[in-house]
Write a new protein. Sequence first.
Length: 356
Amino acid sequence: MAAETMRAARFERADGRLTVERDVPVPRPGPSEVLVRVEACGICLSDVHMIDGSLPCPLERVTPGHEPAGTIAAVGSEVPYWRPGRRVVIAPGRSCGACPHCGDALACPAPQTMGQHWDGAWAEYVVVPYATLVNVPDGVPIEQAAICADAVATPYSALVDRGGLHPGETVGVWGVGGLGVHAVQIARLAGASLVVAVDTLDAACERALEAGADHAVNPATADVREEVLRLTGGDGLDLAAELSGAGRALEQTVACLGRYGRTVVIGMSREPVRLGENTIMFGYNNHAVLGHDGYTRRHLTQLMRLLAAGRLDLSRSVSGLLPLEDVGLGVERMRTKEGDPVRIVVTPQPTGGGAG
């Protein structure tokens, strides 16, 4: 079993402070829960925005972190199959536990997220429901498995399932940050015939090309719609993914769609949804705009297989490994984009277990 206390990063909503405490009680798993020794956990921009107050935090005090992987340390009395010593990545969502739809993660109207609604994984240990676990195959670095738990799985489910991407279709990706760079890779992996990346930062455009985009367009220096139409022979895009959260970008995606084209909205902000296209043309073109959030455990399982088979390469996605004591520095690097990071990963174990 784990020790009685552990180190954990604690966020105080009242004053916005994030501090690492050394005497936090190690949580104990309930009958259908597991205790995971956290070896790696990504720093997501939603963590950053919760800390800076631009996204709401439901709790007065919480341990953030929702991109975790590690090793099972203990299991509850009713947990099947899973045993201590297994390497796992954790899907960070659970149903609310108080509605008639609970038990179906997709039907629950008030799903909860680790690190927001309950204590997350910027800590040495975390307790989670056993149904959220996915095996990490031998040979898959633990830090790459960890970032799949949002930075990769969210755009993967958005493109492949919600967006219904089919082989041979043309795809545009708006916003090539921590999720967008993986959307580029996933579009190629799923058989897109053309991948166009759009970002206002030249460094992000370069990153998109390195990740496999066929073309990258900066709206500050080019007419995006004109360029997309040129690249598609006047047809427009079959599928656009909006990951920046900017209202102007969403309008741009719709303007670049071909007939029966659809936009899937992944980026989040408080901006209202405005499309720009008039309803006559929106209907005539059979356009669709689809909201999207999260993924299922099945998506995470598929990603582990793709990583293990070498079909998906995330070696350039981990921009740095930091000990738990430096999590605040990692948050600041993600906020300021210092060094143009994709994902910074916290390694909570004193011996640097996140190196995988």
